[in-house]
Design a protein around this ligand. Structure first.
Ligand code: ADP
Ligand code: MG
Length: 244
């Protein structure tokens, strides 16, 4: 593998949403790259544009301009390779309501054209503590369990780049800690991780490098320690952070 190719490269991405007569610029000329193996935090208050940027990676949001590539695969030219290289855990939980946990994972495998990965799916259920929920309807699960199914779903194709949009928001302290351990373990195994959060403490604990988004613009881009040093006396930035 060529480690000089960035895990993610975002160049000049802008996106406006139309709301009646008004135009809302959700992303303004966003550019940055992430190295392979990084644990990268995308920070910013609510409405900063984090989920819109992740929507661009998921191809659910079409940017007005700009380029995106994962491991050198262009999102438009090389969509098949692009989608195999990235796993996205969205912020909003949505499932086909009529499926069981197992069927949900099988359906996702089918989407990637994978047919013989039951062993891996079982391992995923095991490590996410869902093995005994295999036959349960996804809609009957608790919020925390749904979140874990959503994570399993993003990993069915063993993507080298894993993007998680506020996976720990609104989950209880036990699950938050086990998700932290889980993400650290994935990173140790060589996966590149991108995590969005508005908890500064979470970024401080997990992320090597961070980008700070504010009103759709990159306000800072550096390693976590330097960012914290620079902003530790700045009350404004700490309004981002809520007690965990
Ligand atoms: P974050 O994830 O950082 O909280 P979002 O990316 O969800 O922020 O939202 C960024 C801005 O774009 C917000 O002002 C939001 O209201 C707006 N926005 C996001 N999605 C849409 C949409 N589908 N239609 C209109 N406005 C949107
Ligand atoms: Mg969001």
């Amino acid at each position: 593998a060529d480690f000089s190719i960035p895990a993610l490269r975002i160049a000049g991405i802008s996106k406006s949403f139309h709301a009646g007569k008004n135009q809302k610029k959700a992303l303004s000329d966003v550019s940055f790259s992430i190295e392979q193996g990084d644990f990268f935090g995308l920070l910013g208050p609510n409405g900063a544009g984090k989920s819109t940027l992740i929507g661009v990676l998921a191809k659910t949001v079409t940017p007005d301009c700009g380029d995106v590539s994962v491991l050198g695969f262009d999102i438009r030219r090389d969509w098949q390779q692009f989608k195999m290289a990235i796993g996205i855990v969205p912020q909003e939980i949505t499932f086909d309501p009529f499926l069981s946990v197992w069927e949900t994972l099988r359906l996702q495998s089918g989407y990637f054209g994978l047919r013989h990965n039951d062993k891996w799916l079982n391992e995923l259920l095991e490590v996410l503590d869902l093995a005994d929920k295999k036959k349960e309807s996804v809609m009957r699960l608790s919020g925390g369990m749904k979140r874990r199914v959503l994570i399993a779903q993003a990993l069915v194709h063993k993507p080298p780049l894993i993007v998680l949009d506020e996976p720990t928001a609104g989950v209880d302290i036990n699950l938050r800690h086990s998700l932290w351990t889980f993400m650290e373990e994935l990173n140790r195994k060589g996966h590149t991780i991108i995590l969005t959060t508005h908890y500064l403490e979470e970024a401080e604990r997990l992320c090597r490098n961070v980008a700070m988004l504010n009103h759709g613009r990159i306000a800072a881009l550096e390693n976590t320690r330097d960012l914290l040093k620079k902003y530790s006396k700045d009350r404004v930035v700490f309004t981002l952070s809520r007690p965990l």
